[in-house]
Design a binder for this molecule. Sequence first.
Ligand SMILES: Nc1ncnc2c1ncn2[C@@H]1O[C@H](COP(=O)(O)OP(=O)(O)OP(=O)(O)O)[C@@H](O)[C@H]1O
Ligand SMILES: [Mg+2]
Length: 267
Amino acid sequence: MTAIVTRDFEVASAPSAVTGVSTESSEYAAEVVNASLSYGDNQVLSDVSLRVGAHEIVALIGRSGSGKSTLLRLLAGLSQTESGNVRTAGYPAVSFQEPRLFPWRTVLANVAFGLVREKVGKAAARERARQTLAEVGLTDKAGAWPAQLSGGQAQRVSLARALVARPRLLLLDEPFGALDALTRRTMHDLLITLWRDNGFGALLVTHDVDEALRLADRVVVLAGGRIVEDISVSRPRDPHAHDDPDSEIPRLRAELLAALGVADVAR
Ligand SMILES: Nc1ncnc2c1ncn2[C@@H]1O[C@H](COP(=O)(O)OP(=O)(O)OP(=O)(O)O)[C@@H](O)[C@H]1O
Ligand SMILES: [Mg+2]
């Protein structure tokens, strides 16, 4: 079977095969329905279904090799399912662990590149890029080259490039994995601010259970090619929830670590 990737709730191919999937609703930023994918005889995803609400942050965790990036790549349209449907609200923006900036373009031009699919004139693109750079606090780096940036600054430029087209879905593949603990915290706050201001749905792949619990409305665990846990956080992004001894966070952390097959040694 061929993959069905639908953008903007229009059917990209084989219309009859999307029967049962609404093409009208904008309730979800992303919808994966019964998706399976294998590489040779390595079955990476088996009948995976996952929905990301229009204004929801979903964290996706799982052991190395469990298929997290594969699922993200499906949503990004970078690979295809063998069966099942994948639908996103418009073209998703993607940000990876490495910022992947063009070294031969200035910071401003890198951000403006995020508008390549839009019919925006050069001057308007630069203006929008400038505004988005301001949102990530890097106005003063507009004329700099990627090589002149710190790791955290480069990651902020990558986020700006992802968000400049105002996507309804943001896909993040371990975007903070290479950063030190302090920069990571700053990036968490920035992501939350951008999410509040821009109102997109986000799927965040992370290895870090605490990062997942700090940022997400829901945390899902991928193991053995399937979603084995789907946990809602009742006080999402509430910093006090992490310090409150009566909060659910320690229990959720233990539950998620158990699903990953890791003992909770943190506390
Ligand atoms: N292009 C490819 N060709 C063949 N096998 C692949 C390909 N991409 C991924 N795989 C395999 O698919 C499985 C899932 O890989 P994936 O990159 O999705 O894992 P992951 O959960 O993102 O791991 P990590 O946490 O290490 O990034 C692995 O067994 C990997 O070897
Ligand atoms: Mg990966």
